[in-house]
Design a protein around this ligand. Structure first.
Ligand SMILES: CC(C)(COP(=O)(O)OP(=O)(O)OC[C@H]1O[C@@H](n2cnc3c(N)ncnc32)[C@H](O)[C@@H]1OP(=O)(O)O)[C@@H](O)C(=O)NCCC(=O)NCCS
Length: 343
């Protein structure tokens, strides 16, 4: 096999030529995963990797063969008070360079870094469009913990009369809706942290991940990152009229570099306020605003665990359709170390 050289890709010191070569590989890998999407520009990609919020520690590597980039890898580790056992890894090998042991070499870098940081669990995701990912994860001893669907709604198929009904039937005698376009208002940061904790009630199946706790500082860090990557967030929230409590929310993300695609982020309603049709009211009101004010958007994408029946029921009724699967895997780092030592 021609010589492979693996080098750390440090965004603070990488040369322009290294950025260009790493971007060319990313475009090849993304074309395999999202064939209908236009390629991401170098500028967009560079902005996105330069704007990772500081509650993540990130390390990246690129594999070179005869001056070409043939693979890349990264590991994200939470720099938070919780979930310090997790290392979230990714390896992507150019389709033309697979089955030569390149991923194994990159895996060794990820494992060494994660072990050095005291992590014990490796988590990674694979895309059903690329079955080799699942084969590889099986081979290294990982187990499937969550199967999620990436759902896509082509807006021409949206059931508009149903959206009108969900809006008309919204429980406006009990709750009031309100918008946060862009950053959250300062006075709501603490209650928003509490509200966002509702996402801990979404199914995590067997994933060994502790509850996620937001702080006002983390919210602001996340917002700075969105601004840097030119992504706009719209949040629609519901407030319980008698208690004044935030009862639920839905959020969408729109990246100016990919104007045709809108990403649906969280939708959550506190358990005590479920059963009033709030989820439907929030989602229908949001989609109507998108249709009215973002005519460029032709499709909405979202990820839902297959076990999340209530969310899937709403999305299916809106005519989201399964696009592909995203599978989350986990494996103890000690087990991956055994696999690497056996080679
Ligand atoms: C998954 C991926 C990284 C594997 O890259 P690769 O360089 O071909 O993998 P390697 O040659 O290093 O193989 C490592 C092991 O996985 C096995 N493996 C890899 N691809 C396989 C496949 N398609 N079928 C069966 N086994 C496979 C190899 O046989 C090898 O096993 P061994 O240790 O017993 O020899 C590559 O297919 C890819 O980029 N996929 C898209 C991104 C992705 O899904 N990444 C994985 C999750 S982060």
């Amino acid at each position: 096999m021609r010589q492979i050289s693996i080098r750390e890709f440090d965004i603070a010191t990488a040369s322009r030529q290294e950025f260009q070569a790493a971007h060319a590989l990313l475009v090849r890998l993304e074309a395999e995963a999202w064939p209908e999407d236009p390629p991401r520009s170098l500028e967009d990609w560079e902005r996105s990797i330069r704007s990772v919020p500081p509650f993540w520690a990130v390390h990246r590597w690129v594999a070179w063969q005869e001056g070409q980039t043939v693979a890349s890898a990264n590991v994200y580790m939470f720099d938070t008070e919780h979930n310090r056992h997790i290392a979230d890894g990714y390896i992507g090998v150019d389709p033309a360079s697979r089955r030569q042991g390149i991923a194994r070499k990159l895996l060794a870098r990820i494992v060494a870094k994660a072990e050095g940081e005291g992590r014990t669990l490796l988590v990674a995701g694979t895309d059903s469009a690329i079955p080799a990912g699942g084969m590889f994860m099986n081979r290294i001893g990982a187990r499937v913990v969550i199967v999620s669907r990436t759902n896509q709604l082509d807006l021409v198929h949206l059931d508009r009369s149903l959206m009108k009904r969900w809006c008309d039937e919204g429980p406006r005698d009990l709750f009031t809706l309100g918008w946060w376009i862009g950053p959250y208002p300062e006075e709501y940061l603490a209650p928003i942290c509490e509200l966002k904790a509702v996402m801990n009630t979404a199914p995590r199946d067997d994933l060994q991940m502790d509850d996620w706790t937001w702080t006002p500082e983390m919210l602001r860090q996340g917002e700075r990152s969105l601004t840097e990557r030119r992504t706009e967030r719209w949040t629609l929230h519901a407030r319980h009229q008698t208690s004044g409590e935030l009862a639920g929310y839905t959020e969408v993300f729109w990246e100016s570099g990919q104007p045709q695609t809108l990403w649906q982020g969280d939708t959550g309603v506190l358990p005590k306020y479920r059963g009033h049709g709030l989820g439907k009211w929030l989602k229908a009101t949001m989609i109507e605003k998108v249709r009215a004010e973002r005519p460029q958007v032709v499709r909405v994408r979202t990820g839902n665990a297959n076990s999340n029946a209530p969310m899937l029921r709403i999305n299916d009724a809106m005519r989201f359709r399964p696009y592909k699967d995203w599978t989350t895997w986990q494996v103890e780092l000690a087990r991956v170390r055994d696999y690497l030592d056996r080679q």
